[in-house]
Design a protein around this ligand. Structure first.
Ligand code: ARG
Length: 465
């Protein structure tokens, strides 16, 4: 190839083409300006392929040496920001291969033996995504640890538990935080599980049908730390289900962030006043001097939309494609990259923000003591005295109605008056009607009693150690 041919991608597919591509079509069909972020895995995949070609006697030791040396140069050029990425060369693969050929001559041109960009790109995305999954998994562990610590500091702090956003029953703030630990633990579990399906090798599938060269696919898989090879060449080059699956798991994780963010935003509002978020995660208003807005949780809630959108994008990208590879698949990268970037940033920022959440126990308890949060406890008390639960429920409803009319809490009604609803009610009812009594009573596995919350914390600590 002449220098001129190397700069022009039509050189990569022979003299068949008789007219040049317009600039618009070049821009439309190229991916280099976003897929260049795959350069490290592209080189890693090429080196594993070249080593295997040499081992199998398909290329010479000299060619292999020239490829290794050329790739080392390319690596340092890219790291130094001196690599000349060319739109004309369409994508990261052709850019690197063309430069290798400049550096290594015919050895560079032999690298693509038994390989196609179709199995090359599928391998690159899998390798890249595997690395990102590992980072995300580590961040999910850090986040869980931060939440467990926050839970531990607030095991006995009481906040109103809501259903329908109406005060329901008192719960420990620690218990509430541990609910999110469970969600993020499942997100981490999903990452581990889907990583196995990401970590399989397409190389050796070539364009779609496999290759006539005696490649050793197992050798390449082992060199790249992959758990196995994709067993069907058509499937290997064309399906992106592993990326869809990852984006689905990322969407769920973002949904968990979004729910948590919604609560943080509510809790930080003046009407709740349950928490404060460190200033560095908030912004002010350009017009209202008193404002401190919880921008980070608001944006996490907002960014959930774009990740869920990427899931829709990717799954729709796949649905109409006949086997095997289609250029449609080039559109997998931007949504996947943005999903990874958004999730990682959100994780990092929450890992930093969670320890800076200041809890206001008085405000939470005050809110819990309005709204008759211990009414169920009174019904349970009467049930223990022998009343059928449905009757107890009815009796307590009368008591609540009368307390509402008087503008007091159930615990503020005098014993004589409570006895009027049921003669079995004794002095010990006031402990039952207290927030703390209510909390202690839910001493069941998974319940909010401080003992149970401490047991949960212990379990998580051991798991996350
Ligand atoms: N840039 C392409 C992609 O991202 C690489 C594979 C191109 N293969 C092809 N036959 N045109 O999918």
């Amino acid at each position: 190839m002449s220098q001129n041919q190397l700069d022009n991608k039509s050189a990569a597919w022979s003299a068949l083409f008789s007219e040049p591509m317009s600039d618009l079509v070049k821009r439309y069909t190229s991916s280099v300006f976003f897929d260049k972020r795959l350069w490290q895995v592209d080189i890693a995949g090429s080196l594993a392929h070249a080593e295997m070609l040499c081992h199998q006697g398909i290329i010479s030791q000299q060619d292999h040496d020239a490829i290794v040396a050329g790739m080392a140069t390319i690596r340092s050029e890219i790291e130094a920001g001196q690599f000349d990425w060319k739109l004309d060369l369409e994508d990261v693969h052709l850019n690197i291969e063309a430069r290798l050929t400049q550096l290594a001559g015919d050895a560079g041109k032999r690298l693509h033996t038994g390989r196609s960009r179709n199995d090359q790109v599928a391998t690159d995305i899998r390798l890249w995504l595997r690395g990102e999954i590992d980072l995300i998994h580590g961040l999910l562990l850090d986040l869980q640890k931060a939440l467990v610590t926050l839970a531990e500091q607030n095991t006995e702090v009481i906040l109103p538990g809501f259903t329908h956003l109406q005060v329901a029953q008192p719960v420990a703030f620690g218990h509430h935080m541990l609910a999110y630990v469970e969600m993020f633990a499942r997100d981490a579990e999903r990452m581990v599980d889907l990583r196995r399906r990401v970590n399989r090798l397409p190389l050796g599938s070539a364009a779609l049908a496999g290759t006539s060269y005696p490649l050793d696919r197992q050798r390449v898989a082992a060199a790249l730390g992959m758990e196995g090879v994709c067993e069907n060449s058509l499937d290997a080059v064309s399906d992106r289900d592993f990326a869809i699956e990852f984006t689905a798991a990322a969407s769920l994780c973002m949904v968990h962030f979004s729910r948590m963010s919604e609560e943080l935003v509510l809790w930080m509002s003046q009407s709740f006043g349950f928490i404060d978020i460190a200033d560095r995660f908030c912004t002010g208003s350009s017009i209202m001097p008193q404002k401190k807005n919880p921008d980070v949780p608001e944006l996490a809630r907002g960014k959930t939309g774009r990740v869920v959108g990427h899931l829709m994008g990717l799954i729709t990208l796949m649905k109409g494609q006949p086997l095997a590879y289609n250029k449609d698949n080039q559109e997998d990268k931007e949504p996947l990259f943005d999903t990874v970037d958004t999730l990682k940033d959100t994780l990092r920022i929450f890992v930093d923000m969670v320890p800076g959440i200041r809890v206001r126990p008085e405000a939470m308890e005050r809110a819990a003591s309005r709204g008759y949060a211990t009414a169920t406890d009174l019904a349970d008390y009467l049930t223990r005295k022998g009343l059928p639960f449905r009757d107890a429920h009815e009796t307590v409803a009368h008591a609540v109605k009368s307390a509402i009319a008087k503008g007091v809490d159930l615990s503020e009604l005098p014993l004589a008056e409570l006895k009027g609803f049921n003669a079995h009610i004794e002095e010990d009812v006031f402990e039952v009607l207290s927030l703390r009594g209510s909390l202690q009573a839910r001493n069941i596995q998974g319940g909010t009693a401080p003992r149970q919350v401490r047991a949960q914390i212990e379990r998580h600590r051991q798991r996350l150690a």
